[in-house]
Design a protein around this ligand. Structure first.
Ligand code: SF4
Length: 307
């Protein structure tokens, strides 16, 4: 591929991209630019397991979240350009290291290269597509049968909030149909005998300071539209990073009160998934996910029946 006119994501830049440079919103060329390749142990337990998730962190992003914890990767574009052959070798090395899955983090700007990669090599472990949720369903359809697990965010329902913090007023208008398409492809969650996710969609939501109404709207929408077809991972580890200092209302951690307000809604809605403890905010890089909520409920039921 020499030059490529890109409309892969909702930005629909129609920008010219060469293999190593791009004039679109994401600023990326078409060859994968990769910032980190390593087993990762701090995803949800059903993804990380005991041997880690084989993460490949791609540089560049279709969003521009002012609070991004991977700011140097997503918006300052640190990383190394790789060929498709090198990307395949990286996946093979991770598989040899024994990871439970191949986890592609912010992969959409490189969709063409990733499809080329899968036309040559299909990992013998589940493929995870880990995205901020701002996706076009047309692009996702091209991954049908190639991705086993989708791991999207649903960051916002409110367009004023998504415009302010991610320069994407139409975030929910794209993210919700995108998540429906993901669920259409994966079906309901399927676990192996060790509790590792083999197929399914896990939707993440990070609670932002002073934005509990947005969080509650996200959880209510997920429950009403997708119910038990998905797992929902509620994250409380927000730390002000990136350009958060320019936005005083989010330039702090979330409070216990904010956390508990959103958590109460999560529990009242009967969502299934994971809750990240508020204490995880002590370290942005080592989030500590709790047990699956259903498992916790099962334990409570057993305890209630004890004398
Ligand atoms: S992937 Fe990048 S260049 Fe392509 S439409 Fe999205 S932001 Fe624009």
């Amino acid at each position: 591929m020499t030059e490529y006119i890109c409309s892969l994501c909702p930005r629909s830049c129609h920008a010219v991209r060469t293999e190593t440079s791009g004039q679109g919103f994401c600023r990326m060329g078409t060859l994968p630019k990769v910032a980190r390749i390593a087993p990762h142990f701090w995803e949800e337990p059903c993804i990380s397991g005991t041997k880690g998730s084989g993460t490949i962190f791609f540089s560049g992003c279709t969003l521009a979240c002012v609070f991004c914890q991977n700011y140097v990767i997503s918006q300052e574009h640190h990383g190394t350009v790789m060929t498709v052959s090198e990307l395949i070798q990286a996946m093979q090395t991770l598989v040899q290291q024994g990871v439970h899955n191949i986890n592609l983090v912010s992969p959409t700007p490189y969709l063409e290269s990733i499809l080329e990669c899968f036309s040559v090599y299909r990992p013998p472990v589940p493929v995870v597509y880990n995205t901020g949720g701002y996706e076009k369903t047309d692009s996702l359809r091209r991954l049908d049968g190639l991705v086993d697990i989708y791991l999207p965010d649903l960051k916002y329902i409110r367009s004023d909030v998504s415009e302010k913090y991610s320069r994407a007023k139409d975030y929910a208008a794209y993210a919700l149909p995108a998540i429906h398409e993901m669920v259409r492809q994966t079906g309901k969650p399927v676990f192996d005998e060790n509790g590792l996710l083999q197929k399914g969609t896990v939707v993440r939501h990070l609670i932002l300071p002073q934005n509990t109404k947005n969080s509650i709207a996200v959880l209510e929408t997920l429950q009403s539209e997708l119910g038990d077809d998905i797992l929902v991972s509620l994250m409380g580890q927000y730390l002000p990073m990136g350009k958060a200092a320019d936005y005083p209302e989010i330039n702090r951690r979330i409070t216990k009160r904010e956390y508990e307000k959103v958590l109460a809604v999560y529990e009242n809605l009967g969502l299934d998934g994971y809750i990240q403890e508020l204490s995880s905010a002590d370290s942005a890089y080592v989030p500590d996910f709790g047990e699956r909520i259903t498992a916790a409920k099962e334990k409570v039921t057993i305890a209630d029946e004890s004398p």
